[in-house]
Design a binder for this molecule. Structure first.
Ligand SMILES: NC(=O)c1ccc[n+]([C@@H]2O[C@H](COP(=O)([O-])OP(=O)(O)OC[C@H]3O[C@@H](n4cnc5c(N)ncnc54)[C@H](O)[C@@H]3O)[C@@H](O)[C@H]2O)c1
Length: 419
């Protein structure tokens, strides 16, 4: 019989509870959620009831929560600027850890995390969910098959749907670097993780340019008001909160449980709740009148120690958020758009591969990555399977992002990743 591991979750929001918590709760032969901590008592108790966690095991004060070790594993899904503090505290208490990305945007904290892990010997999985998504697993398999010959360069595009940018990076939690990591880490650390994984080597140097160009006061149409609720453009503006949250939700068939609508309101989602949230909450603000400062486009150039070169382009001006990846090898190339792959071995007919069809039975959040990562967590803590990605590798891709942001702020200066 499987050993059942006890799980505590700190940060019981969209990721901690609605993504990972629900997947963990659905696997009672492997995990039991025993303790929860969240500074928001309403969220904490709703989630506590859903996962049947006793009231006395629910904590609103992180200090009280960390005064004792509560479970075998701690899931850390608090906001970006809490990860280091919570991860260090958990390591010292002997937890094995599932920690949300980004770990940090500071180089010295990367080192501190690695040193602490070395000292206490914890097993740590950072939530690079795309490592486990079927399309990227397939890309790695094709690279390893040798069909492309030797990998020479990587072209990676991370397009954010216009509504996703407005939701998370203009109106939402990741809009300002005072509280969240810069875009290149907050959004693109998955891309950097995969780029270095595919390149198969440490990154030598990096340079980056980019800016916040559009979502600023100076681009507000003359008629625009501070909030969508009283704006003359609420029926027509592409960024209108009514169009993004109410109309899109209706077009999707009015789901009672769905992201991003469940970020604005509690489930079950209703039209009345959404309208009220738009009238009163942060997601009803005009996108040209928010306190955002993160970029809406950024390019990064990378040179790896084995000679592979890579470019990553993030931009906010897209209909949908479907990554586009091309891997160029000496004997072939592979393209991926919207998780669908075209393999061209030079001189041979193209081969079309749709990994999502092979995995149609799976929970498809992040291309199946969320559910397979929770599966990999069990493999890690039980020792049944080696990890797809170590803390050391996560730190490596974070260092690329940290240096890329430093380069962007210095106008595109070429920087060594390991000085
Ligand atoms: N792996 C991914 O693909 C992915 C996707 C989205 C977000 N994230 C990351 O996951 C993390 C959580 O994001 P989310 O969307 O779940 O946010 P969220 O706001 O929905 O949830 C965060 C929760 O943490 C609680 N909280 C805040 N400070 C706390 C503290 N000091 N102690 C305890 N609880 C605290 C909040 O009350 C909230 O309920 C972020 O770091 C984010 O960048 C990762």
């Amino acid at each position: 019989m499987n050993r059942i591991y006890t799980i505590a979750i700190i940060g019981t929001g969209a990721r901690g509870a609605k993504a990972y918590g629900r997947l963990i709760y659905k696997a009672p032969d492997r995990y039991k959620i025993t303790h929860l901590c969240d500074i928001n008592p309403t969220v904490l108790n709703t989630v506590g009831d859903e996962f049947c966690v006793p009231v006395e095991n629910r904590y609103t004060d992180p200090q009280v929560f960390f005064s004792e070790k509560r479970a075998d594993v701690l899931v850390i899904a608090t906001p970006d600027d809490c990860h280091v503090e919570h991860c260090l505290a958990a390591m010292k208490m002997g937890y094995d850890i599932l920690c949300e990305k980004p770990l940090t945007d500071k180089e010295d904290e990367c080192k501190q995390l690695l040193e602490t892990q070395k000292k206490y010997g914890n097993k740590i999985l950072v939530c690079h969910v795309l490592r486990y998504a079927s399309a990227y697993v397939k890309l790695k398999e094709l690279l390893d098959s040798g069909k492309l010959g030797k990998l020479v360069s990587i072209n990676w595009v991370e397009p954010l749907g216009y509504w996703h940018q407005a939701h998370s990076y203009v109106r939402g939690n990741w809009r300002n670097t005072a509280h969240a990591a810069p875009m290149i880490l907050a959004k693109c650390c998955h891309d950097l993780d995969l780029i270095q994984y595919f390149a198969g080597s440490k990154c030598d140097s990096v340079s980056s340019v980019g800016d916040l160009t559009f979502f600023k006061q100076e681009h507000a149409p003359a008629e625009a008001t501070m909030r969508c609720a009283d704006c003359a453009l609420k029926e027509t503006c592409a960024y209108s909160a009514y169009r993004i949250y109410v109309e899109r939700w209706k077009e999707k068939g009015r789901p009672e449980v769905d992201w991003p609508y469940n970020v604005l309101v509690s489930e079950p989602i209703t039209e009345e709740k959404l309208i009220r949230a738009i009238e009163t909450g942060p997601y009803g603000r005009c996108v040209f009148h928010c306190d955002n400062n993160v970029v809406d486009h950024q390019s990064v150039q990378m040179l790896f120690e084995n000679g592979v070169t890579a470019t990553l382009q993030m931009n906010a001006f897209n209909q949908n958020s479907d990554r586009r990846v091309t891997l160029f090898g000496t004997y072939g190339m592979v393209d991926m758009v919207d998780d669908k792959i075209t393999l061209n071995v030079f001189g041979q007919p193209a081969e079309f591969i749709d990994p999502s069809v092979q995995n149609a039975h799976e929970d498809y959040a992040h291309g199946g990555g969320d559910s397979r990562m929770i599966d990999a967590l069990y493999g890690m803590i039980s020792g049944e399977r080696p990890l797809a990605t170590s803390l050391e590798q996560s730190v490596e891709s974070h260092l690329i992002g940290i240096k890329a942001e430093e380069s962007r702020l210095e106008g595109g200066k070429l920087l060594l990743v390991h000085e």
